[in-house]
Ligand binder design. Structure first.
Ligand code: FPP
Length: 249
């Protein structure tokens, strides 16, 4: 008897569509450890990590999730060995080039969060091209955090608002959460409802510090390259079992 592989193409029946997270954020940890366990160079882990991310994006789209944000490179990641940083920059650029046509076709709207000016020029070009080519898409909103720091994001928003105060465009008392959010990289995207972090690490590592105020956190021991639809299904089941109180009793 041949066993049919389970392809979770449609939303699994045990998940309630109305209670899905609107926005999922992921910290894709464990690429290096995955590669080491396979006896491969770390870079192979990152390559497989890209495949896992692509599949998660498609899965979010298939299951009706509105937004996915992925932590691709933090401001702290520059302190990795130069060879690995170079590899990652090239990998990001290649992925954007290779996947752009499909993202346009699949109605993905891509955007970036982070200080992009410090990235290699050719990567900045690929980023600008992908943003422009998908800006009219109204399907899933895919945010890639690149050269990102949550603290830096809050600081740059504060600076921008301070300039507006200085120019008399806004009064200090008018600064509320809505004004602040308009100055974040993620302006216009709802806050993440669910943060998934792989490889068992229990930190948020300077990721979306403002936006994550009420996110449910799901940690799995699975290493990022092994994070597949079945894993995502488990994360969503756990999410749907949580009671979100937002500070209420
Ligand atoms: C963490 O694993 C992973 C990264 C720092 C890079 C993540 C990037 C990708 C998966 C590619 C995504 C591509 C785009 C364009 C969004 P690690 O190296 O920290 O693994 P370790 O903790 O096992 O050493």
């Amino acid at each position: 008897m041949t066993v049919k592989p389970i392809v979770l193409q449609d939303l699994p029946a045990d998940l309630e569509r109305e209670r899905l997270p609107r926005h999922v954020a992921v910290i894709m940890d464990g690429n290096g450890r995955w590669a080491k366990l396979q006896g491969l160079p770390r870079m192979m882990g990152h390559r497989r990590g890209v495949d896992a991310l692509k599949d998660l994006l498609r899965c979010c789209k298939d299951w009706g999730i509105e937004a996915l944000t992925a932590y691709a490179f933090s401001t702290e990641n520059w302190s990795r060995p130069l060879q690995e940083v170079d590899f990652l920059m090239t990998l990001f650029e290649r992925m954007l080039g290779r996947e752009l046509r499909e993202m346009v076709q699949e109605n993905v709207q891509i955007q970036f969060a982070g200080n992009l000016k410090a990235l290699p020029r050719s990567l900045q070009g690929a980023i600008a091209e992908s943003v422009a080519a998908t800006q009219n898409n109204r399907g899933i909103r895919f945010t890639v955090a690149m050269n990102y720091s949550g603290r830096q994001e809050i600081l740059q928003a504060t600076r921008a608002i301070a300039h507006q105060v200085q120019q008399g465009l806004i009064q200090p008392d008018e600064i509320d959460e809505a004004v602040f959010e308009r100055h974040l990289y993620t302006a216009g995207v709802c806050d993440p409802d669910l943060l998934i972090r792989t490889s068992g690490e229990m930190r948020i590592s300077n990721f979306l510090l403002w936006q994550m105020a009420y996110a449910e956190i799901y940690i799995t021991e699975t290493l990022w390259p092994d994070f597949d639809r079945a894993e995502f299904h488990r994360a969503l089941c756990a999410y749907q079992q949580r009671e979100r109180r937002f500070g209420r009793v």
